[in-house]
Design a protein around this ligand. Structure first.
Ligand SMILES: Nc1ncnc2c1ncn2[C@@H]1O[C@H](COP(=O)(O)OP(=O)(O)OP(=O)(O)O)[C@@H](O)[C@H]1O
Ligand SMILES: [Mg+2]
Length: 509
């Protein structure tokens, strides 16, 4: 009697070639490998990108729990565990695929060496060229001590347990170039930089705090990149919320980052992230504290726009939410379940509103409301629904110039002309294109700032203000109020000059 079924095993060579097309880039592939190390309780992960032309190699080593020979063989199987199986709440895996798909999308030969007890070292290899050459379609997982050299074995040094992956024949990254090909080598090095930035971001919550782990890239420890700049006081977090969908609880917290004038330019540049300020706005989705999505409005009908770039919203998912959030194998996508859309839209709207207020007003509006009518040079006027910018005639320096002028009509005409021809449309366009491209008042021109300060001070004094009240007025005035130390220094000088004059005067008496 014939069997009721055919065995329809996929051909190993063919399926492996197809599995290579998952679309991992190098940073995402390595993040998937680091996931496994973290799940195996590693304290350290060492990644090395070793340049040697077509012999180039990538190794990923950890000091985690390692695998026994039996476990390793199981782990090497594509689909080593069902996505439906229960996982411990700290497991970063889901599909039983990552180690294989991430590796072979970059190399044609994956060797894994692992030790779970001091005595035993297990080694297995998927060699895509070997499998293709057998033409049997069999899934031949190579074994035997001769797969690794003494040098390779030395990579699992005195540690009690741990795992090393070797990626050889890096056809995607390197191909068949010679070791002295400078362009290829430069490309290789640049990829290392992208890896560093990506891992610093994806694992930032594992890289800080009491139980921090270390990831070393080519011998250098990777520093975390926190998208929410939580170490800065000027960051304004909105209250956290807990939402529940399909039995899984998720935590959401929105952060409004500071306007660039409130932080140093280095800090601002650092805050931008690998893809820049605009790209990194939106929701950040974490699964077991591991970042999956780094800034996206999640198809909620909202676009990324320059003036929302200060809004970054953190979502924390447990791994029990994988199915309802449609997590993918590469751990680079997540889609919210339909029933959470309304809540997420509401949270996003509030955060976007706050962010755009900070972006537009640059935090100065409040200062303006509190300042008296002398303290700013430009005023903003609306007439018949149209906006005008006028030079404040009450400003002490303007008053002085107008009064002292030999030709007052010409001076007034000049002020009018300046007001009427403010290139507002051009400023608006430039600001939209590169909002951080504007210099701050007197940036890099401290000599001129000082002269302006002296001129305003002397105008205030000439109007009969006492030194103390002139000093106070100066401190509240734009743009001097942004340079409190400079004003303090200037006033110190004046005070000591006056004291010296007093002494001189007394000497004559
Ligand atoms: N560095 C490691 N240390 C210890 N065990 C490991 C290590 N890497 C992989 N494993 C074991 O191999 C198994 C298969 O890993 P793989 O990444 O292919 O799938 P996964 O992590 O289970 O799921 P996913 O496809 O979502 O990553 C893991 O479940 C784990 O048991
Ligand atoms: Mg995995």
């Amino acid at each position: 009697m014939s069997a009721k079924y055919d065995i329809a095993n996929p051909g190993a060579a063919e399926l492996f070639e197809s599995l290579r097309a998952f679309g991992y880039d190098l940073p995402t592939a390595l993040a998937d490998i680091v996931d496994n190390s973290i799940a195996a309780k590693a304290r350290n992960v060492w990644i090395d990108l070793i340049w040697a032309g077509q012999e180039s190699r990538i190794t990923i080593r950890d000091d985690g729990e390692g695998m026994s020979e039996k476990e390793l063989v199981q782990a090497m199987r594509p689909g080593s565990m069902s996505p439906l199986a229960h996982r411990s709440s700290s497991d970063l895996g889901r599909f039983g695929l990552g180690m294989k798909t991430a590796s072979i999308s970059h190399c044609r030969c994956l060797t894994v060496l692992s030790r779970s007890a001091p005595t035993s070292v297990a080694v297995r290899r998927w060699d895509l060229d070997y499998i293709a050459s057998t033409e049997t379609g069999e899934w031949r997982l190579l074994k035997g001590p001769d797969l690794v050299s003494e040098g390779d074995l030395g990579l699992l040094p005195k540690q009690a347990s741990g795992t090393v992956l070797f990626w050889d024949r890096l056809d995607q990254l390197v191909g068949t170039v010679s070791a002295d090909d400078e362009t290829a080598q430069k490309h290789f090095r640049e990829r290392a930089d992208a890896v560093k930035q990506h891992l610093a971001m994806v694992f930032h919550r594992f890289l800080t705090g009491r139980n921090a782990i270390s990831i070393h890239l080519n011998g250098r420890k990777i520093e975390p990149w926190d998208p929410f700049m939580e170490d800065i006081d000027a960051v304004d977090p909105l209250p956290a919320e807990t939402l529940t969908a399909d039995g899984a609880q998720i935590e959401i917290k929105a952060f409004i980052l500071p306007h660039h004038s409130k932080i140093s330019s280095e800090r601002h540049a650092l805050g931008a992230g690998p893809k820049g300020w605009n790209a990194h706005q939106g929701f950040y989705i974490y699964r077991n504290r591991r970042l999956l999505v780094a800034g996206d409005w999640l198809g909620l009908g909202m676009q990324k726009e320059e003036h929302f770039k200060l809004a970054r919203i953190r979502i924390d998912l447990p791994n029990s939410a994988d199915l309802s959030w449609q997590i993918d194998v590469k751990k680079s996508r997540a889609r919210p379940p339909a029933k959470l859309r309304k809540d997420l839209q509401r949270i996003a709207r509030v955060a976007r509103g706050q962010a755009s207020r900070i972006y537009r007003h640059r935090g100065k509006i409040l200062q303006r409301q509190h300042g008296d009518k002398q303290s700013f040079l430009w005023t903003h006027l609306t007439r018949h629904g149209k906006t005008f910018y006028k030079i404040n005639r009450e400003h002490p320096l303007v008053r002085r110039v107008l009064e002292d002028s030999v030709d007052r009509d010409a001076s007034r005409a000049l002020l009018n002309l300046i007001e009427q021809t403010v290139p507002a449309p051009l400023i608006v366009i430039n600001n939209a294109e590169s909002p951080d491209g504007f210099g701050l008042p007197f940036e890099g021109a401290s000599g001129e700032l000082r002269k302006a300060m002296e001129a305003v001070y002397s105008a205030l004094r000439q109007e009969g203000n006492e030194p103390a009240s002139a000093a106070r007025a100066l401190m509240g005035m734009e743009p001097f109020n942004q340079y409190p130390e400079l004003i303090a220094g200037f006033l110190d000088e004046i005070t000591s000059a006056m004291a010296a004059r007093d002494i001189e005067k007394r000497g004559f008496e």
